[in-house]
Design a protein around this ligand. Sequence first.
Ligand code: GLU
Length: 473
Amino acid sequence: MVRVRFAPSPTGHLHLGSARTALFNWLFARGQGGTFILRIEDTDPERSSRSMEESILRDLKWLGLDWDEGPDVGGPHAPYRQSERGEVYREHARLLVEKGLAYPCFCTPEQLEEKKRRALAEGRSPLYDGSCRDLSPGEIRRREAGGERPALRFRVPEREIAFQDLVHGLVRFPVGSVGDFIILRSDGRAGFHFSVVVDDATMGITHVIRGEDHLTNTARHLLLFEALGYPAPMYLHHSLLLGPDGGKMSKRHGATAVREYREMGYLPQALANYLALLSWSPPEGREVLDLGELVELFDIGDLSRSPAVFDRERLDWLNGKHLRRMPLEELVRVAGPFAPRWSGHPLFPVMVESVLDNITNLGELPGCLEAYGEPVEPEERAAEWLRGEVAAKVLEKAAQLLREHDIRSLEDAQEAVARLRRAFAGHDLKPKEILMPLRVALTGRDRGPALHYLIYVLGREECLRRLRLERGA
Ligand code: GLU
């Protein structure tokens, strides 16, 4: 039974890159009928916060990724916050000490820093030099009795470490590439590698799917699995998310947090779709996919090894596609908060529909809906359409048609536009010459939603009022 986890550190809002990791894990779990676990890696109390944890949970939910076990829903391996699992780590650390696989280390951070500096300066490897590796039990007791608080260090065996990564194939770490590392700090808190492994082991994780930046950590993780006597999971290290310049995707490339995209008016299904497509090609012609379709088609074995380069234009394109494939009712519901000035209007759904082809995200909605507000003073290019005899005739005819026929539906408005065009059929005019004067007279602008939408939403009386104003009648 597949059991995977997403293990964010709550030190910031959910980053696009982490969301991609979460998505791969989730898609794999859902595709395999497995279990998706959310584990909060908050062992660093200075950098972690509960509010960031909440923010991450909120963004994951917004993306549509749900979890079967986690800090908020509990589960058979609770607690799911590392800060609450200290006892589990200490218990496992004792086990390693008993087996002789871990030893107390009295080196202070200052001493370690100094050793590292010297090693680098002398061109030696900066790995831990092993000074505390073979302290006698007597010496350990004496130093502890003297008030020194040791950390606990893992005794790394001298041999090559190799494993099969599901993306990278055979990965090897030669002898000497890993030094003895800390598993418990002197204050009793677990080290990063130790807590990750103890959790993956005790939570029965079968596949670890994470970013390539953790690839080298895997050597230590495999050693710990073996030392603790647990079977190691399968590993898959996916490529990292890069900015357009090839650097790791960061602030200088623009928005990096999922919440920023949510606030800009991107749809969760579009963002998830986009993140999945960054390293995976769907079957020909099936690029616009919601989560359900992704679960059906996605195969973790098809993940590409090449870096994933963020491309905002492609995201925009996908978002536009998702906006236009969404049921209107649902679209209207999510659009409301982006256009509070209009969302209470009885014809808000029609208004949204009228600008759907002009937007790539919901943040652009208010700007497009301005067309339905009070007419603006036309700029020169727009004002041009109101000058001359043709414009005067068109506006007069439009007013006459509106007085004669009420507008009760979008079809009525379509018919009004058609009538106007028919009225000038024999005049050798371009459609624009007929429609633009009316558009500019109604809104003061030379672009915006299709004319029949404007007429329907504004209503007959308002259209007539604006035409009277324009014609000075
Ligand atoms: N907490 C780690 C991170 O946020 C993840 C560790 C792992 O996936 O093994 O990068």
